[in-house]
Design a protein around this ligand. Structure first.
Ligand SMILES: C[S@@+](CC[C@H](N)C(=O)[O-])C[C@H]1O[C@@H](n2cnc3c(N)ncnc32)[C@H](O)[C@@H]1O
Length: 405
């Protein structure tokens, strides 16, 4: 029987050094990448076109395998670069020194300017007012002591991202996230400011301690759309290890909003909706209304039964039918774009989950296998990795294939 296995999800990563630097629910487990690399020592140059928090890049770097990462989300590109960088002792000492200066600065009320708050809609749903003020003071002090981008600043900003989420009212107890109830959200703790500062210092120490490890493999990270990859290198990849968005209406922007607003990657809800619309499988804000008007350009999706499946979903909800159709049209574009940048004999691994809309199961893994074959890959193979949740028909799969010699 296939089981739910926490060790094959992002939860496993939370105990492993740099891998724990930022929680992203749809991140995959480091074990998945490790197993692929262990089984095939001929893998020398990996691409992850949907790299998210950079799990693939970090595992490759730890195993001395060269890897390029791409993602459409600029915040994740910044984060993956920081997570896979090598840090000098000077940088680590600078980060440790700065965190003390920042805490002193805040405790001594040294604000130089009016506080800035991120323009998040309904912000007090995220943080009660008092908590927001201390977080804003820390952010201001951080930028005062480290005004320019630098590796030390990256480490402190990662600690700050953890701090804002730890002290927020967000709860991650189901597929995406929700807020604690209204009465709990306005409570603040006795001596809370000092607790928050102490945690900022502890988080920085923890991040600095794991940043000490030196990474052997070279990692490059680019902001790219996987449908139109234009990577600078001449050399071709001999492996793809990736976990694209699943067609399950889960928005990455939604979960990443607190970090993206605080760090200036988003300035309003419209921008968030635009980014979600550009992302494959995006479905949030403006993306939903655009889906209503979306029409296929007629390119067939080469999976027998695809049209019937879309028709079945459309009888219940036409927006969802368009959502699923657009998702696979995007994956077809991505695969055609990817094929030429792989070397003959290259192996690809797509970690995907199936979906269900009303009574219609979307066999995502089978559709990927069919799309890979149609694109020219051979030996398309599907392996079940784990059961995803209590709904018994939802699983995670590895779909693999080979580019012929
Ligand atoms: C399932 S997540 C990847 C998680 C990753 N394996 C990790 O461990 O963190 C899918 C990623 O695809 C990215 N994405 C969505 N549409 C994209 C596109 N058109 N081009 C590149 N990346 C895209 C999202 O921003 C998201 O980070």
């Amino acid at each position: 029987m296939v089981k739910q296995r926490a060790d094959l999800t992002f939860k496993y990563n939370l105990k492993h050094g740099r891998h724990s630097w930022l929680r992203l629910t749809p991140a995959y487990s480091i074990k998945i990448v490790q197993q692929i690399l262990e089984r095939d020592p001929t893998i020398t140059y990996v691409l992850d076109p949907f790299s998210g928090t950079g799990t693939t890049g970090l595992v490759c770097a730890e195993n001395n395998v060269r890897c390029d990462l791409t993602d459409i989300n600029p915040f994740l590109v910044w984060f993956a670069k920081a997570k896979t960088a090598n840090y000098t002792t000077d940088t680590l000492q600078q980060a440790q020194k700065c965190v003390h200066e920042i805490c002193r600065h805040v405790l001594n009320n040294c604000e130089t300017e009016p506080l800035w708050f991120p323009p998040i809609h309904n912000i007090t749903r995220w943080w009660p007012k008092n908590r927001l003020v201390i977080l804003a003071k820390i952010y201001q002090a951080l930028n005062y002591h480290l005004p320019k981008p630098s590796p030390a600043k990256d480490l402190l900003l990662i600690a700050f991202c953890n701090l804002v989420i730890n002290w927020s009212n967000a709860q991650f107890n189901h597929q995406s996230m929700s807020f604690k109830d209204e009465s709990a959200t306005q409570l603040t703790l006795f001596d809370e400011d000092r607790q928050i500062l102490r945690q900022f210092s502890d988080l920085t120490e923890k991040i600095v301690a794991s940043a000490h490890t030196s990474l052997k493999g070279k990692v490059a990270v680019y902001q790219e759309d996987a449908r139109t990859l234009s990577l600078p290198g001449q050399e071709k990849y001999n492996c793809v290890i990736t976990s694209p968005p699943y067609p399950n209406r889960m928005s990455y922007i939604r979960e990443l909003r607190p970090y993206m607003y605080w760090l200036g990657y988003l300035t309003d809800g419209r921008e968030a909706g635009e980014l979600d619309w550009q992302a494959i499988g995006g479905t949030w804000g403006i993306a939903t209304s655009r889906l209503q008007a979306w029409e296929s350009n007629g390119t067939p999706i080469p999976y027998p039964g695809f049209e019937k499946m879309i028709g079945d979903i459309a009888t219940q909800n036409t927006i969802l039918a368009n959502y699923v159709h657009r998702y696979f049209a995007d994956i077809v574009k991505h695969l055609h774009n990817l094929y030429p940048i792989l070397s003959p004999g290259a192996r690809v691994f797509y970690i995907v989950g199936n979906s269900r809309f009303y009574n219609t199961i979307v066999p995502v893994e089978q559709i990927y296998a069919a799309l890979l074959r149609d694109c020219g890959f051979t030996d398309a193979h599907v392996e079940v990795i784990r059961k995803r949740n209590s709904k018994k028909e939802l699983f995670e799969y590895a779909v693999s294939a080979i580019k012929p010699e």
